[in-house]
Design a protein around this ligand. Structure first.
Ligand SMILES: Nc1ncnc2c1ncn2[C@@H]1O[C@H](COP(=O)(O)OP(=O)(O)OP(=O)(O)O)[C@@H](O)[C@H]1O
Length: 216
C-alpha cells in the first residue's frame, strides 16, 4: 500500500470534516477522489503531505507512519500538482522543474537530464526557456506534472489539477497523468469534482461524503 488511512479524523474548530476515515491506495494504483465542494478533499490531501495535522488516527505512506518521518523525507516520496499550477513566474519552464531536484543533492547534470527528459515527454521540448506567463494553462500544468515527477516519487497527489482548464485540456492532462502513472510506475490520487471527467477516464474512484470516504 502506498497510502493507508486508519480511523483518521480532522476538525477545524467545531467543524468536523473527516471522521474515522478508512482509505487505501495500493502501490501502482491510479484513483480519483471526488466529493462536493467543502466535503474535505483538500483536507485529506493536505494531511497526506502534512501541510496540516490530523486530530487522530494513523496515516501511512509507503508503509511508514508519516508522524515518524521528517517532513522532507515524507515529501521526497511524493509529488504534488495543484489547480493553480504554483510555478515560479521569474523562472523558466526548465528552471521550475530543475529546482525541484536541488534539495536531493544529486549531481546537477543528472537533474538537468531528467528535467529535459520529463519536459520532452510532456510535450514541452520547444518551451524549455519560456516563462510560465508565456504558456497556456495546459502547458503550465504539464510543467507542474514534470516537476512533480522529477524526484521519482512513489506517489503523485493532484488536487483539482484540471480546475483551471477547459474540458478538452482537462481530458488531455488526465490522460497524460494516466500514461505517466503507467510509464513511470507511480501511484496517483487525483481529486476532481467533475463526474463527467471521471466517467470519461473510466478509472477507480472514491468519494468523500459526510466526513467518510467510500470506494465506488
Ligand atoms: N483552515 C481552515 N480553517 C477552518 N475551516 C476550514 C479550513 N480549511 C478548510 N476548512 C473547512 O473545511 C471544510 C472542507 O474543506 P476542504 O477545502 O477540504 O474541502 P474540499 O472538498 O476540498 O472543497 P472544494 O471542492 O471547494 O475545494 C469546508 O467546510 C471548509 O470551509
Amino acid at each position: 500500500m502506498v497510502i493507508v488511512l486508519n480511523r483518521v479524523s480532522k476538525s477545524y474548530g467545531d467543524r468536523k470534516v473527516l471522521q474515522d476515515v478508512q482509505f487505501q491506495l495500493q502501490s501502482n494504483e491510479f484513483a480519483f477522489l471526488k466529493g462536493k465542494s467543502g466535503s474535505g478533499k483538500s483536507t485529506l490531501i493536505k494531511l497526506l503531505y502534512r501541510e496540516i495535522e490530523r486530530d487522530s488516527g494513523d496515516i501511512l505512506i509507503d508503509g511508514q507512519e508519516i508522524g515518524q518521518m521528517k517532513k522532507y523525507e515524507l515529501r521526497r516520496k511524493m509529488g504534488v500538482v495543484f489547480q493553480s499550477f504554483e510555478l515560479l513566474e521569474r523562472k523558466t519552464v526548465l528552471e521550475n522543474v530543475m529546482l525541484a531536484g536541488k534539495i536531493l543533492g544529486k549531481p546537477q547534470k543528472e537533474i538537468d537530464n531528467e528535467a529535459v527528459r520529463l519536459l520532452t515527454r510532456v510535450g514541452l521540448a520547444d518551451h524549455l526557456h519560456h516563462f510560465p506567463k508565456q504558456l497556456s494553462g495546459g502547458q503550465q500544468q504539464r510543467t507542474a506534472v514534470a516537476r512533480a515527477l522529477l524526484n521519482k516519487p512513489k506517489l503523485i497527489l493532484a488536487d483539482e489539477p484540471t480546475g483551471n482548464l477547459d474540458r478538452e485540456t482537462s481530458l488531455e492532462i488526465l490522460t497524460l497523468l494516466k500514461e505517466l502513472h503507467e510509464e513511470e510506475g507511480v501511484s496517483m490520487l487525483v481529486i476532481t469534482h467533475s463526474e463527467q471527467l471521471i466517467q470519461q477516464m473510466n478509472e477507480k474512484s472514491w468519494v468523500i461524503e459526510g466526513g467518510k470516504v467510500y470506494e465506488l
